[in-house]
Design a binder for this molecule. Structure first.
Ligand SMILES: Cc1ncc(COP(=O)(O)O)c(C=O)c1O
Length: 462
C-alpha cells in the first residue's frame, strides 16, 4: 500500500469533470434502458424490482448473460464482475446447472415435500463446513432471520450482537446500524442501534447491539456490560470477512479471539456466509480462516442463479428445531428446482480445481490493480480473497466501519464504476461493493478490468 506521504493529491475538480464526461457517455450508450425505465416506472415502483437496483438517472436493464458476459437492452456487451451481487460464481447459463434444471423440470418443480437433491446438498454442505445439521430458506435474509430466531430459542435470550456497518439482509432484526453518516456512529464502546430506513421499530432495533469489527476487546466490554444489565446476548452474527465495505479482512487472531469470547460466555457464534460462502473457498470463510462457528448462513452462490438460502449448525443448536421448540419453515424451502441446481453446482461446478482457478484469477486482478495504484501513486489499495476483491480508495487501511466512513473516497469509487461501465465492464454499483469472479472468467478478462482502471488512473493524474 502506498503510504500517505507518497500518494498524489487528487484534484477534486478533475474528478468532477471526468464524472460528468463519463455520465454523459453512459447516458448516450443506454438510451434503450432509458426508454425501458420510462415504461417500467409506471407500474414497477421506481422501475426496479428492489431498491438496490435503483440508479439515477435510470437503471441499466439487462437482456441476458452467458459465461462471463452479459448484454444490456442497448446491446452493449459487458464482462460481468457484478455477477448478481456475488451470486453467479458458476458463470451465466452454466451448462451443468442448465442440464440439472432441464432434467428436473419435467419431473415437477414444487411439492413442499423434501426430495433427494435436498438431502445430497445437505450432505455436501455438512462435509464442506463441518457442521452436521442444515435447513433451507429462499434468500440470505430468510437465512439470517431464521438463524437468529433459532439462536434466541436455543438460548432463551433476546439481545443480539452484530458488527457496525455489516449488512445481513432486510429484516428488522439486522437492518440496524448500517450505512450511517460518520457523526451518527456513536462512541466506540457504545455504538448506536440505528434503524436502517423507515418501518423498523426502535424497540426491535434496540435489541440489536452493534460493535466494531476487528476489535475483540470492544466486543468483550460491550458483552460484559450487557450481561451486567441482564441482557446477555443470544448470538453474535458477523461476516468473518466484511463484504459490504468493499472487502475488510479479519486481522490476525481476531476471529479466534471472537470464538474464544463467545464460547466463554455460551453465546452462539453465527458466521453470515451469504457473500463469503462458496465464494472464497469450498467451505467458505469457515474453511479459509479456520475458525468454526456454531451456525452459518448461506445464500447467493448456493442456488447457481436460483433463489436459495441455507442455515447450518451444530447438533446442540438444531436440537431446538428438531424438538419443535422453534419453527423453521417456508413453503418454498428446499424447492426441487433450486436443489437440483445447487446439487449440480456443488458437485460438478464448484470443484477443488474451480477454487484454484478463482484464486489464480484474483491474484492476477489484485496484482494488476495494485500496480496501477503504485504506478500512479493513488490513495488506495487492492484487497480480496477467493472470488472477491476490490480497490479501496482510502489513504489508510480500512479495518472497520469507522475507518471506512472516515477515509473512503466515495467520489473515486463512483467514478471507477462509470469508467467500468463505459469500457465493457459490468461492475457492482455502490461504494460498499466488490467484484465477484466466476469459474469461467479468464486471466484476459481480469486484464480488461485492470485496463479500464488504468485508463481512469491516467486520466486522473494526467
Ligand atoms: C452478508 C449478507 N447477508 C445477508 C444478505 C441478504 O441476502 P438476500 O439479499 O438474499 O436476502 C446479504 C445480501 O447482500 C449479505 O451480503
Amino acid at each position: 500500500m502506498a503510504t500517505e506521504a507518497t500518494v498524489v493529491e487528487i484534484d477534486r475538480e478533475r474528478i468532477r469533470e471526468l464524472t460528468e464526461r463519463e455520465e454523459a457517455r453512459l447516458d448516450e450508450r443506454t438510451s434503450a434502458s432509458r426508454a425501458m425505465y420510462e415504461r417500467a416506472r409506471k407500474t414497477l415502483s421506481g422501475g426496479v424490482a428492489s431498491s438496490y437496483q435503483v440508479r439515477d438517472p435510470w437503471p441499466i436493464y439487462l437482456d441476458g448473460g452467458a459465461g462471463a458476459k452479459v448484454w444490456d437492452v442497448d446491446g452493449n456487451e459487458l464482462l460481468d464482475f457484478h455477477n448478481g451481487f456475488g451470486s453467479m460464481v458458476q458463470g451465466h447459463a452454466n451448462p451443468a446447472i442448465g442440464k440439472a434444471i432441464a432434467e428436473r423440470y419435467p419431473l415437477g418443480t414444487h411439492f413442499a415435500a423434501p426430495t433427494e437433491d435436498g438431502v445430497v446438498v445437505a450432505e455436501e454442505l455438512a462435509r464442506r463446513w463441518g457442521l452436521p445439521k442444515w435447513r433451507y430458506t429462499n434468500s440470505g435474509s430468510e437465512a439470517t432471520m431464521d438463524a437468529i430466531r433459532i439462536a434466541r430459542a436455543a438460548t432463551g435470550r433476546e439481545t443480539i450482537v452484530k458488527i457496525f456497518g455489516s449488512y445481513h439482509g432486510h429484516h428488522d432484526y439486522v437492518m440496524v446500524s448500517i450505512g450511517v453518516p460518520y457523526d451518527r456512529i456513536g462512541l466506540r464502546d457504545d455504538l448506536e442501534s440505528l434503524p436502517y430506513g423507515g418501518g423498523i421499530p426502535q424497540v426491535v432495533a434496540d435489541l440489536t447491539i452493534p460493535v466494531p469489527f476487528n476489535d475483540t476487546p470492544a466486543m468483550e466490554r460491550r458483552i460484559e456490560r450487557l450481561i451486567e444489565e441482564g441482557r446477555k446476548p443470544a448470538c453474535v452474527i458477523m461476516e468473518a470477512a466484511m463484504m459490504n465495505l468493499g472487502v475488510v479482512l479479519p486481522e490476525p487472531g481476531y476471529l479466534e479471539a471472537v470464538r474464544e469470547l463467545t464460547r466463554k460466555h455460551d453465546i452462539i457464534l453465527i458466521f453470515d456466509e451469504v457473500k463469503t460462502g462458496l465464494c472464497i473457498a469450498a467451505g467458505g470463510a469457515t474453511e479459509r480462516f479456520g475458525v468454526e462457528p456454531d451456525m452459518v448462513t448461506l445464500a447467493k452462490t448456493l442456488g447457481g442463479g436460483l433463489p436459495s438460502g441455507a442455515i447450518g449448525g451444530t447438533e446442540e443448536v438444531f436440537d431446538i428445531v428438531e424438538k419443535g421448540g422453534v419453527y423453521q419453515v417456508g413453503t418454498y424451502n428446499g424447492n426441487p428446482l433450486t436443489m437440483a441446481a445447487a446439487r449440480a453446482s456443488l458437485l460438478d461446478v464448484l470443484t477443488p480445481e474451480a477454487y484454484e482457478h478463482l484464486d489464480a484469477l484474483n491474484e492476477r486482478i489484485l496484482a494488476g490493480c495494485q500496480k496501477v495504484i503504485d504506478d500512479h501513486r493513488l490513495p488506495g489499495y487492492a484487497v480480496g480473497v477467493g472470488a472477491k476483491g476490490c480497490v479501496t480508495f482510502s489513504p489508510t487501511k480500512i479495518v472497520d466501519y469507522e475507518t471506512y466512513k472516515e477515509n473512503q473516497d466515495g467520489e473515486l469509487a463512483d467514478l471507477a464504476w462509470l469508467y467500468n461501465m463505459n469500457r465493457g465492464v459490468f461492475m457492482t454499483p455502490g461504494r460498499e461493493e466488490e467484484w465477484t469472479l466466476s469459474v469461467v472468467h479468464s486471466l484476459e478478462d481480469c486484464d480488461a478490468f485492470v485496463a479500464a482502471f488504468e485508463e481512469m488512473a491516467s486520466d486522473l493524474t494526467a
